[in-house]
Design a protein around this ligand. Structure first.
Ligand SMILES: NC(=O)c1ccc[n+]([C@@H]2O[C@H](COP(=O)([O-])OP(=O)(O)OC[C@H]3O[C@@H](n4cnc5c(N)ncnc54)[C@H](OP(=O)(O)O)[C@@H]3O)[C@@H](O)[C@H]2O)c1
Length: 290
């Protein structure tokens, strides 16, 4: 189990910059402050966010704030080589060569104006990844103090086992929500609990607020009832539902709206009743449990 103390909700920065809100430095500082005021101290990044621009935009904002680096946690990732932009790639692909991993971490450190990442993740599994080469790069980065912990993202249990043969995997950041339930049933959360891997989940609200269909209508109906019962907003209920799972999942939320962020931590104070948890699961599944 990792010794890094992440906040129970993690702020995802994917949509803060060019891929979403396009916040300027001052606006980013407002969101960083809002997170910290709410005891959300962990920030999730990736090299690619904003077409390789958001890490640096956040880093500039954070650096100017002159905050205590040790009071926040930075997560970043590498591996996806995007088309276009600065990279001149001719095809989208994954790269997990040792040199690429090390260079990417160095670039993330520069972008974020820091000398270490609290957690470094491999963004997506590649059919060509080699666990011994990855382990060599990660061991060097740890030895040099550039990363404090190591994990994966979007890896299946067998892909995680492959990497774990050569190096300890402490986290796996996967997609999970009431509209994306695979990890409950494909053994992913079981595997992580058995092997002391902490799950983080991205898109914890799924498509509940972005797509109108039969599933989301049923979920919203149930969430409204629970909102009233627990006196909490709909997004808070959806996070509380995730936090009820015994794998100690750390949700990575996406909103960069300070009004929403201000209410999110209420999710950590709700102990959802067993029957409510199953009622929401049933709404997400579209059928009762067997
Ligand atoms: N590892 C990976 O492969 C991977 C992949 C994708 C994302 N991520 C990480 O996960 C983070 C979160 O992803 P996500 O943005 O998909 O997360 P999310 O928290 O599930 O979705 C956030 C979206 O829902 C909207 N929203 C939130 N509350 C709402 C409400 N009450 N009513 C209506 N809309 C609401 C937000 O809009 P507003 O901003 O307007 O509030 C935002 O666009 C990313 O920032 C990134 O750090 C990782």
């Amino acid at each position: 189990m990792s010794s890094i103390k992440f906040s129970p909700l993690i702020a995802g920065t994917m949509k803060w910059g060019e891929w979403g809100k396009k916040y300027n430095t001052e606006e980013m500082q407002t969101v960083i402050n809002c997170c910290l005021e709410n005891n959300i101290s962990s920030f999730d990044h990736a090299d690619i966010y904003g077409d390789y621009s958001t890490e640096a935009a956040f880093g500039k904002a954070f650096d100017e704030m002159k905050l205590d680096r040790q009071k926040v946690q930075f997560i970043s990732k590498c591996g996806i080589q995007l088309l276009g932009g600065l990279r001149k790639n001719i095809i989208k692909h994954y790269d997990y060569s040792a040199a690429y991993i090390i260079n990417s971490v160095d670039q993330s450190l520069k972008n974020l104006h820091t000398d270490y990442l609290d957690l470094f993740l491999l963004h997506r599994p590649s059919p060509l990844m080699r666990s011994d080469e990855i382990a060599e790069a990660i061991n060097k980065l740890k030895h040099d103090g550039k990363i404090l912990s190591f994990g994966l993202s979007n890896f299946s249990s067998s892909q995680t086992a492959l990497i774990s043969q050569k190096i300890t995997v402490e986290y796996n950041q996967i997609e999970f929500s009431i509209t994306h339930l695979d990890a409950l049933q494909n053994g992913s959360f079981d595997y992580m609990q058995i092997n002391n891997i902490t799950p983080m989940c991205w898109s914890p609200l799924g498509i509940v607020f972005t797509k109108k269909n039969e599933q989301t209508a049923a979920i919203i109906k149930m969430v409204s009832k629970l909102s009233e019962k627990y006196n909490a907003a709909a997004d808070v209920i959806l996070l509380a539902w995730i936090l009820r799972h015994p794998a100690n999942i750390l949700p990575v939320f996406g909103t960069a709206d300070t009004a929403r962020i201000n209410s999110l931590m209420k999710a950590t104070t709700i102990q959802m009743d067993l029957i409510d948890w199953f009622a929401l699961w049933e709404a997400g599944m579209g059928e009762e449990v067997a």
